[in-house]
Design a protein around this ligand. Structure first.
Ligand SMILES: N[C@@H](CCC(=O)N[C@@H](CS)C(=O)NCC(=O)O)C(=O)O
Length: 203
């Protein structure tokens, strides 16, 4: 199996953290590519019409995409327990969606600044995206700490990768201010070997 990969993508990081957590890193080959919305990698576009990473090309030629689909597939394939069932399952999925949604907003902000010419960039767009990130961080800090302190799941991995991406691209925003409980949870989670092994290179 081949994973279209970039060490900078928080969505890809979720998948690679899962592989570490399930002790299955050697079961997937990482193909590192550079792709942007304006310049898609052609091999990736042939496998995933949306030309987004992560995309997982299986040995039977089928390509799975969207990080949540890939993580669900690999968790099942490797007999993981990163998707709990039973009580609290939908809360857990909502927590995962919150982590993924923070990534969506934070990536959109980075694209606006990095990919669009300066005279086409919208400060209002960037600030509107940050408002969503900031509200989601307050919700995590205020309402979700009980869940975050429970057994490790894909939701934990998603939130941790999202927070690390906010550090990576938007460190100057100081997200820890006012979110102290979340900050100390993140510091502890970030020390896991799976997170240490998947750090993005310096920006
Ligand atoms: N919802 C998707 C989002 C994937 C995504 O947006 N990946 C970015 C990299 S961080 C990408 O491939 N961007 C290239 C593009 O938009 O063409 C997922 O969870 O996999």
């Amino acid at each position: 199996m081949k994973l279209f990969h970039s060490p900078l993508s928080p969505y890809v990081r979720k998948v690679v953290v899962l592989l570490h957590e399930l002790d299955s890193v050697d079961r997937v080959t990482l193909e590192t590519i550079a792709t942007t919305a304006f310049a898609s990698d052609q091999g990736l576009a042939a496998a995933n019409p949306l030309a987004k990473i992560p995309a997982l090309q299986r040995d039977d030629g089928v390509t799975l995409y969207d990080s949540r689909v890939i993580c669900g597939y690999l968790n099942e394939l490797f007999d993981g327990s990163l998707y709990p069932s039973g009580a609290g399952v939908w809360e857990n999925r909502t927590l995962e969606a919150t982590g993924d949604g923070i990534m969506d907003c934070a990536v959109s902000m980075a694209y606006e600044r990095k990919l669009r010419p300066e005279n086409e960039q919208s400060d209002d767009w960037v600030e509107a995206q940050w408002t969503k990130v900031s509200r989601a961080l307050q919700a995590l800090n205020g309402r979700w700490m009980g869940h975050l302190e429970g057994p490790v799941s894909m939701a934990h991995i998603s939130v941790a990768c999202a927070l690390s991406y906010v550090d990576f691209r938007h460190g100057a925003r100081n997200w820890r201010n006012g979110n102290e409980a979340l900050a100390s949870w993140h510091a502890a989670f970030d020390s896991r070997p799976s997170m240490q092994a998947t750090r993005p290179p310096a920006a």
